[in-house]
Write a new protein. Structure first.
Length: 246
């Protein structure tokens, strides 16, 4: 008889088998799971990212329904594994020989639904997925959805919007990054500040430093210190001082 298709429960069991309670304590501190912190209440098994990635590779054939179940897990590593698997399946459906637009659309819908119901809810989950799923999908499509996300109060939806533009930056397009950045200048939450500065820095690094400095000429005086520090990290020291003095 053929083997039964893999399930979300199988992925969880594989992760639990290699869990380290000491690592779980460390990861809960690292990802700020205490009361009032951005990851409040999140649960960790204690599995490091490279191990989670290796386990995710074993479940490359996981169905979208089972991926969705993993995304609804209370366990952080389950959600991370789900997103890593989803990345791989999206990349396969976008390949020149395996192109499947309908499959890609279904994955994007699943991903956005998970984001909006708060299942992509820590910075590592956002950063591993947004540029790999939404980014490629929106490269040559209308980008209304990132502007919908950035209008949300949710820290994670806003970070998803920003990190999605990393794919655009890598393709040589800074326009959406700048549009979102202007909308987020006054959001002083640390994880937005860092993402904002990071994406601006990448514009200067990967496209044209003059684009970055043009944006800074107009907006540096209004930017938070963290975002400005990240954005100017690769600039000449004297230029960095100039923008910080604004």
């Amino acid at each position: 008889m053929p083997a039964a298709p893999p399930t979300a429960a199988d992925v969880h069991a594989a992760l639990a088998e290699v869990a380290d309670p000491a690592d779980a304590i460390h990861l809960q501190r690292f990802f700020k799971t205490g009361r009032g912190e951005y990851g409040e209440g999140d649960v960790f098994l204690g599995v490091r990212v490279p191990v989670t990635r290796s386990i995710a590779k074993r479940f490359a054939a996981l169905s979208l329904d089972e991926i969705d179940k993993l995304l609804d897990s209370a366990v952080h590593e389950d959600r991370l594994a789900a997103l890593i698997i989803l990345n791989a399946e999206f990349a396969a459906a976008a390949g020149p020989r395996t192109l499947d637009i309908d499959a890609q659309a279904a994955m994007v819908d699943l991903y956005l639904a998970a984001v909006r119901r708060g299942r992509v809810n820590n910075w590592d989950l956002v950063d591993v997925s947004a540029e790999n799923i939404l980014g490629p999908w929106l490269l040559d499509r209308p980008r209304d959805v990132v502007f919908e996300l950035v209008r949300a109060d949710s820290l994670w939806e806003r970070r998803v919007a920003l990190l999605t533009t990393f794919a655009f930056i890598k393709a040589g397009d800074a326009s959406t990054t700048f549009e979102l950045a202007e909308r987020l200048l006054d959001d002083r939450r640390d994880l937005i500040q860092k993402a904002l500065g990071w994406m601006l820095r990448e514009v200067g690094k990967r496209i044209d430093e003059r684009l970055l400095t043009g944006f800074l000429d107009e907006h540096a005086a209004r930017m938070g210190r963290t975002a400005l520090s990240y954005a100017t990290e690769r600039l000449d020291p004297a230029v960095r001082v100039h923008y910080r003095e604004l």
